[in-house]
Design a protein around this ligand. Structure first.
Ligand SMILES: [Zn+2]
Length: 113
């Protein structure tokens, strides 16, 4: 099954399989990121810059700002949710939980220790 992912309305929405699923106005908690100096950033999402499927996951780079320190910019790839392979239904992540931005296909690369 192929997942089709698009951004709509100048990055305000992400559509998954032609259904509007994720709105941009969420607050995300980011950990282990290099977006700003905060150990745990409170990132206010303002626009989806790039979206892409990664297997069953839907990932995006998001423009916005940290409301703690005021840094604005674009994040690395964040997982927005996952498509259930059986039903095709999109299950979003909880933005307020802690997320770790990463490079694309980091999951395919074994971590070196
Ligand atoms: Zn910050």
């Amino acid at each position: 099954m192929t997942t089709s992912v698009h951004q709509l309305d100048d990055g305000a929405w992400v559509s998954v399989n032609d259904s509007r699923e994720v709105n941009v106005s969420d607050l995300w908690r980011l950990a282990r990121h290099d977006f700003c100096p905060c150990r745990l950033a409170d990132f206010l999402a303002e626009g989806f810059v790039e979206v892409a499927p990664d297997g069953a996951d839907v990932e995006a780079r998001v423009a916005g700002q940290c409301i703690q320190c005021g840094t604005s910019g674009v994040t690395d790839w964040l997982t927005l949710g996952r498509v259930d392979p059986d039903t095709g239904a999109f299950r979003p992540v909880v933005p307020e939980s802690v997320h770790v931005p990463g490079r694309r296909s980091r999951r395919a690369t074994p971590l070196r220790r």
